[in-house]
Design a protein around this ligand. Structure first.
Ligand code: HEM
Length: 423
């Protein structure tokens, strides 16, 4: 497969007629539809599968502006239809009031206060200290399937890596981490599907977190939850509920996103062999630059977060020439903005060395991804180690047969079957 040409850019041109959104085909490859929207209806009113009406923002310039616009609130109370809108963010636990007060649902000044409390745990230096553990986890997961000659890289690799990493960061003891893995698995497997098992898993996780916070208060460690408790004990105004909500949002924001970075990223490399070879040569030479720019490019090209989380106009707003009424939900389509040819040259081509790459894959403005340094670390270690240890890694399915997980916000594969020489 190494000599095969790179996949043609997925999008040649926008379709002629208004595309149907949220179909199965759209989930497989939404980029042609986004190209049409950027060109013909850049701020587009649509009815979501849930029945809720919202505006989709698809051009890069509008998207960046919207993400930083203080007239767009994160607080769902501003939604004109909030009384009957259900499950809006796709994060199952969000309907549980106790876990509502998290970073992605609040505005300043509460947002500023809570974000300041937790941001110490995510400085590049703190995260770098975590690198040996991420490498160890990565190697032990690969050890688990290296002899078999085949694997599902989502189930066997992309899925467990971030959950163990976040558990370590939060301070969940190793012996409890497999429970976490099961609950989280339930939540992402059924995201957007039947809710029964999800509700049970959310409940279990919430109960566990409450108990863990209790235990850490008695017996603090050098972990994030202990840090949050210390901060609240020193009068920084963090309630126990807020601490639980914080742990929960870290798990949610940091888990499926990283699964998708590893999954979508590996998939893009497997479909673009010349780019992959270039990266392999660079890694073999002991360089790290192409790996670093490459991860950013994979985030731009087919990133984990397709739509930024919900925003609501607090007053009438005009965006990209379109009037938006107070109370209307606004969804910024990061995946569309990051393929905008007005911002990126050859926007539909994967170019791991791309240098002018201010993509919106981590968002923009005050809600910019808090976990970006950790995500970069995990993505870099995971992809570099996979390529090094399984040099003849190849896709074991036709791209058309791969299934993408449903759900509005995230974009990721359900399975990624691969083959490789064992050993
Ligand atoms: C926010 C992307 C990994 C924690 C965000 C946002 C995006 C994003 C787009 C902003 C959403 C919005 O404005 O609506 C990603 C991607 C990741 C990733 C692509 C992986 C490749 C992580 C990790 C963590 C994390 C590993 C932590 C363990 C957060 C938190 C927020 C956030 C707490 C909310 C920040 C705030 O509201 O102030 N992320 N994320 N993320 N992310 Fe990430």
């Amino acid at each position: 497969t190494h000599s095969a040409p790179d996949a043609a850019p997925d999008t040649h041109s926008a379709p002629d007629a208004a595309p149907e959104l949220f179909t199965w085909e759209f989930a497989t490859d939404p980029y042609p539809a986004y190209a049409w929207l950027r060109e013909h209806s850049p701020v587009h009113r649509t009815t979501l599968p849930s029945g809720v009406e919202a505006w989709l923002v698809t051009r890069y310039a509008d998207a960046r502006q919207a993400l930083a616009d203080t007239r767009l609130s994160k607080n769902p109370a501003h939604h004109a239809g909030s009384a009957n809108a259900k499950g809006k963010t796709g994060i199952p636990g969000e309907r549980k009031a106790e876990l509502m007060t998290h970073l992605l649902n609040i505005d300043p000044p509460d947002h500023t206060r809570l974000r300041r409390l937790v941001s110490k745990a995510f400085t590049p230096r703190r995260v770098a200290e975590f690198a040996p553990r991420v490498q160890e986890l990565t190697d032990s997961l690969i050890d688990g399937f290296a002899e078999k000659g085949e694997a599902d890289l989502i189930h066997d690799f992309a899925f467990p890596l971030p959950i163990y990493a976040i558990c370590d960061l939060l301070g969940v003891p190793r012996e409890d981490q497999d429970d976490f893995r099961d609950w989280a698995g339930m939540m992402i497997r059924h995201g957007g599907g039947p809710r029964g098992g999800v509700a049970r898993s959310v409940k279990k996780m919430r109960g566990y977190l409450a108990e863990l916070i209790h235990r850490k208060r008695e017996n603090p460690g050098d972990d994030l939850i202990s840090g949050l408790i210390r901060a609240s004990d020193h009068g920084e105004h963090l309630s126990e509920n807020e601490a639980a909500a914080m742990a929960f949002i870290l798990l949610f924001a940091g888990f499926e996103t990283t699964v998708n970075l590893i999954g979508n990223g590996t998939y893009a490399l497997l479909r673009n062999p010349s780019q992959r070879e270039r990266l392999e040569r660079s890694l073999a030479a002991g360089e790290s630059e192409l790996l670093a720019t490459g991860i950013e490019e994979l985030l731009r090209y087919d990133g984990p977060v397709e739509l930024a989380t919900w925003r609501y106009a607090t007053e009438p707003v005009t965006l990209g020439g379109q009037d938006i009424a107070a109370g209307d939900p606004v969804l910024v389509v990061l995946a569309a903005a990051d393929r905008d040819p007005d911002r990126f040259q050859n926007a539909d081509t994967l170019d791991l060395a791309r240098s002018d790459n201010q993509h919106l894959g981590y968002g923009h403005g005050i809600h910019y991804c808090l976990g970006a340094p950790l995500a970069r670390l995990e993505g870099q270690v995971a992809l570099a180690t996979l390529l090094r240890r399984l040099p003849d890694l190849r896709l074991a399915a036709e791209p058309a047969d791969l299934r993408w997980r449903g759900g509005l916000i995230m974009r990721g594969l359900r399975t990624l079957p691969v083959e490789f020489g064992p050993g």
